[in-house]
Design a protein around this ligand. Sequence first.
Ligand code: PEP
Length: 254
Amino acid sequence: MRKKIVAANWKMNMTQGEAARFVESFLPDIDEINDVDVVIIPPFTAIAKVSEALGRAHNIKVGAQNMYWEKSGAFTGEISAPLLRDLFVHYVVLGHSERRTLFGETDEMVNRKVRAALEAKLRPIVCVGETLDQRDKGNWEKILTIQLRGSLAGLKPKELQDTVIAYEPVWAIGTGRNATPQQAQEAHAFIRKILREMSDDTTADRVRIQYGGSVKPENARELMSQPDIDGALVGGASLDPRSFAQIVKAARQE
Ligand code: PEP
């Protein structure tokens, strides 16, 4: 049984004060929940504040939205895996579609980052997903295959099992238009099939695949009740502690 994982991608939002206030109002709402992995992914500038506000009592983990593959050195403006570890970061989002389209990240770059993250004992959340044009042309399976094979190239089964995949159809991100549960399930099952081809049955069955793209309290439960949907990567709706808490609760298997 795969444990659900629900993550809040705050993108370029939240000052330190706003982040601390979010945690303060979010924690009481999810106090009893330990059957879902919860990850908060602030901008770099609020990571330390979120860790501090969470304290040690909670099993909520902190993530980062990106990193560079080198460990240290003359790479002005970049952040490395060891620097993230130093902030008690456990997860790192890699290959988000905004990084791919706005900042020119390729599958090869994502792959270098994934390997560097795993080497530093960070768990990558690797994003894949097709554009509307690619879906309309019937190319989504081909695009997902290229992204998965490129971004995850060379990973050993154990490394794959430590990796989370986020299926995020680009046409559903920040648009208010989510994939239907059936469309999402079909894509997740396809992703698991590719993972099976890349590794073995046990590994493919253990990898968690999140859905991302306009997840809200209203659609979260139905999406996450699909057999191959193991959680959600949430953008807009994760900026409000109440709605993010509702999405976390929707992930529970009851
Ligand atoms: C995201 O950016 O990962 C995302 C899924 O955003 P939203 O929930 O706002 O569509």
